[in-house]
Design a protein around this ligand. Structure first.
Ligand code: AMP
Length: 324
């Protein structure tokens, strides 16, 4: 079993959507499968699609610190920098050559750009994003890929293209499974759309105090009076709060909604309490980790990551006839 996941570094921190959608499920899986090999990376080559002002290094350092602060054990999990490994780009090229345009045109990021009338404004790298993601996964023979719901289609493409390559050139790639927590699903942001750095609607892992409260206060709520019974399933405050709750706490909170008497101010204060309880220890640990520690860890892991990825790309090059 090989578990692999990664986050982009499109801002100076990741957010609760990344945490509950990918980092926590990855961490939980690592704990449940001590025998498995575990791979975690920063997807800076993907992030270049959006961040082109030189801040990728700072963002990556912060993200890597946050991985550790969230409890990822670098002695158990192999942590690396995607851009340190040329084989990602090499395999992306190979897979791109055997992928049809019509297949990429079905991918949701591109379709969303078409729907917004922005298809020709996106970078070519955004269009080919799923191909690089397939390379990220296939290079390491990952068997299990914990991701948020939004990446399901990309892991399906990864399986398709791996199968196609295997049929064309002989068994080379393992077909990975996506691990998506149905109970988590897609985590909404403070405006109700998917929590995302692009929409700037996120609660970040480093948010605290007044800034955090300000974001929570912005969550739109209905105009029902305090005493009115309310439907938790249509309330965005509940949709975020539920992620933090034990089953008993969840039952209790739902009852408070449906019984009436719960003010949205109280619901938001409760959310603030829950977010703070999760994030305070993570933030404390985060501040104890130095840039140097991260740079050293990546330097140590670079050779091993290259050795694994290079072995796979050598095999691919041999099979397709690049090796002369
Ligand atoms: P990204 O920032 O797109 O690289 O996302 C890293 C991981 O977090 C991927 O597995 C995503 O599916 C997951 N993720 C990002 N945003 C959300 C969200 N709002 N809800 C659930 N998972 C998410």
């Amino acid at each position: 079993m090989r578990i692999l996941t990664g986050c982009q570094v499109t801002s100076d921190q990741f957010h609760l959507g990344n945490y509950f959608g990918a980092v926590k499920p990855f961490h939980d899986m690592c704990l449940a499968h001590p025998e498995a090999e575990k791979f975690l990376f920063v997807a800076n080559m993907h992030s270049l699609n959006k961040v082109q002002d030189g801040s990728l290094r700072r963002n990556a350092l912060n993200t890597l610190k946050l991985y550790l602060a969230c409890g990822i054990d670098p002695d158990d999990v192999f942590i690396y920098n995607q851009a340190d490994i040329p084989a990602h780009a090499q395999l992306e090229r190979v897979l791109g050559c055997i992928t049809h345009m019509w297949f990429m045109e079905r991918m949701h990021a591109y379709k969303a750009a078409i729907d917004q009338g922005k298809a020709s404004d996106i970078g070519v790298g955004t269009f080919t994003y799923p191909i690089l993601m397939a390379a990220d996964i296939l290079l390491y023979d990952a068997t299990h890929v914990p991701t948020g719901q939004d990446q399901k289609q990309h892991v399906e493409y990864t399986r398709d293209i791996a199968g196609k390559f295997n049929n064309m050139f002989g068994e080379t790639f393992i077909l990975p499974e996506s691990i998506i927590s149905e109970s988590v699903g897609t985590i909404p942001g403070i405006d109700g759309r998917k929590m995302s750095k692009s929409y700037n609607n996120y609660i970040g892992m480093l948010d605290e105090g007044k800034d955090l409260m300000k974001k929570i206060k912005k969550i739109p709520t209905s105009l029902e009076p305090i005493e009115a019974p309310k439907d938790p399933d249509t309330c965005n405050v509940y949709a975020i709060t539920r992620l933090f709750l034990t089953p008993d706490e969840d039952r209790e909170l739902r009852a408070k909604y449906t019984d009436g008497g719960l003010s949205f101010k109280r619901a938001k204060d409760y959310l603030y309490e829950k977010v703070t309880a999760l994030l305070t220890p993570i933030q404390e640990k985060y501040h104890t980790i130095s840039d140097e520690q991260i740079v050293d860890m990546l330097a140590q892991n670079k050779n091993k990551a290259n050795a694994i990825a290079q072995a796979k790309i050598n095999d691919v090059y041999q099979k397709i006839g690049f090796t002369i």
